[in-house]
Design a protein around this ligand. Structure first.
Ligand code: ADP
Length: 484
């Protein structure tokens, strides 16, 4: 058994390139702060194009030997990484909460979830089966191979500092690719801790590199480099568009997991207590800062008042505070800009006729804390029905009939998650098929798991992460035509 260290043991303040811990060429650093206290936790190198180019070259040099190993060999290395993550779950969770703010219990959950992608893809890599196709001519034979795409550039956000990395790293390494990662500048320490554990697990130098620093410089270098064959990005639709544009010149493969605007539909026949539980889970987890968080509630007239009343009571009881304190359910938002956005969405809705049922403003704790809020009387055209709020704000629209609710739910440029509560099996199928979304939670507010394909339609992205489909995103199909 591996001893567990305090979180400071994993606080690496250097980047990781070609198996070396290193500083920026310029010597410059960026500081990382704890959103709960505003205090500085440490610094990371402020790297740019030159360091990124070195990381890409290291990945390119390392990928052939890594790909040439058997899938079983790669799986054993990944399995060690999984074991190490779980052995150090508490320390990794504390580090994550300190840089990101989420309650410690959620951070522990995220480490387990993050590790699960490594375990899943370690196994799935062994099943990257090709095909033998009945030929088109008697003297031909047709075989398809699955081969790794090559060097992958990954860019990840701050809301899941560990899991958004491993759902890319797991399939990439299992498939035989090498990776250069740029983590979010707000939460680079979880990424660097992962690099330290990958090193300990036996991931060879160059196979996994972490470059910290300016997003534009590093993203620009990754997208411009022809050696990088694929970009996998999780973040805003706006940045996804930029990366897609920048990748056009070198025709890269793209996996994009972008913004959402998840609708949550509650029908008259729903179990109201179950719907409230699902609403709390899908709306207030991570303070509302996940791309699958409900953004808009649509509740049918017959159940509306009961749902609003029960939800409001539960929301009023949510404990807000520093995520390190026991019992805290909602931590601080990531920064002041995030708080401003939630406040603007509340102000806009109220100005257009919505009613504050609970909360409605900044929290007495100050800083980047916001009081969990419920608004009723929400109508189309309010900002909170159109843009991702990314905060602890539940806005409720009342509706009369199913077709109208589905039409409103689909009236969005986004299509990531969606939720529906009803006990009518016919309605389950009708609504689930009609919703324009990559994922539908039916009578559940939690849908994320490594075993299922996660991803969006419309402007919520391209590709799927998790499940066997998540491995395909890192494989090319090569067809061999054999003449006899
Ligand atoms: P979020 O709202 O989650 O911060 P962003 O899309 O702004 O979403 O950021 C997600 C990730 O993309 C972060 O790692 C961020 O540093 C990076 N990023 C932001 N702008 C760019 C850019 N122009 N090119 C490449 N990466 C970027």
């Amino acid at each position: 058994t591996t001893p567990s260290f305090p979180y400071t043991h994993f606080l690496r303040q250097q980047a990781y390139i070609a198996g070396q811990w290193c500083d920026a060429d310029s010597g410059r650093t960026l500081s990382v702060t704890d959103p709960a206290t505003g205090q500085m936790l440490g610094t990371v190198p402020d790297m740019g194009a030159a360091e990124t180019a070195r990381a890409v070259a290291a990945a390119d040099a390392a990928r052939h030997a890594w790909a040439a190993r058997t899938a079983g060999d790669r799986a054993r290395v990944l399995r060690r990484l999984y074991d190490l993550m779980l052995a150090h779950q508490d320390a990794l969770a504390e580090l994550l909460t300190r840089e990101q703010g989420k309650p410690l219990a959620e951070a522990r959950g995220e480490i387990a979830y993050a590790a699960a992608f490594i375990e899943w893809f370690a196994e799935e890599g062994k099943r990257a089966y090709g095909e033998v196709i009945p030929p088109h001519a008697a003297n031909r034979r047709i075989v398809c191979l699955k081969q790794p795409v090559g060097v992958v550039g990954a860019i990840t956000p701050w809301n899941f500092p560990a899991a958004m990395i491993t759902r890319k790293l797991g399939p990439a390494l299992a498939a035989g690719c090498a990776m250069v990662l740029k983590p979010a500048s707000q939460t680079p320490f979880s990424a660097l801790a992962l690099a330290a554990l990958a090193e300990e697990a036996g991931v060879p130098p160059g196979v996994f590199n972490v470059v910290t620093g300016g997003a534009r410089a590093i993203g620009g270098a990754l997208t411009a480099d022809p050696v990088v064959r694929k970009i996998s990005f999780t973040g805003s639709t706006e940045v996804g568009r930029t990366l897609m544009r920048q990748s056009a010149d070198t025709i890269k493969r793209l996996s994009l997991e972008l913004g959402g605007n998840a609708p949550f539909l509650v029908f008259d026949d729903a179990d109201v207590d179950a719907a409230v539980d699902g609403a709390i889970a899908s709306k207030f987890r991570n303070g509302g800062q996940t791309c699958v968080c409900t953004n808009r509630f649509y509740v049918q007239a017959g159940i509306h008042d009961r749902f609003v009343d029960k939800l409001a009571r539960r929301v009023a009881e949510l404990r807000v505070g520093n995520g390190l304190e026991p019992g805290v359910e909602v931590g601080p938002l990531i920064d002041a800009a995030a708080v401003d956005k939630v406040a603007e969405h509340v102000g806009d809705a109220v100005a257009k006729g919505a009613r504050v049922v609970v909360g409605g403003g900044r929290h007495a704790l100050g800083g980047s804390y916001f009081t969990p809020t419920v608004l009723s009387g929400v109508t189309p055209g309010m900002r909170l029905t159109e843009e991702e709020t990314f905060g602890p704000l539940a806005g409720i629209v009342r509706f009369q009939d199913e077709a109208d609710a589905v039409a409103q739910a689909n009236d969005s440029a986004y299509g990531l998650a969606s939720y529906v509560y009803t006990r009518d099996i016919g309605r389950v199928w009708r609504v689930a098929e009609a919703l324009e979304a990559g994922m539908v939670g039916v009578n559940t507010g939690l849908i994320s798991t490594e075993v299922a394909p996660f991803g969006g339609v419309k402007q919520s992205g391209l590709g799927r992460e998790g499940s066997r489909h998540g491995l395909d995103d890192y494989l090319e199909v090569k067809y061999l035509c054999l003449g006899l």
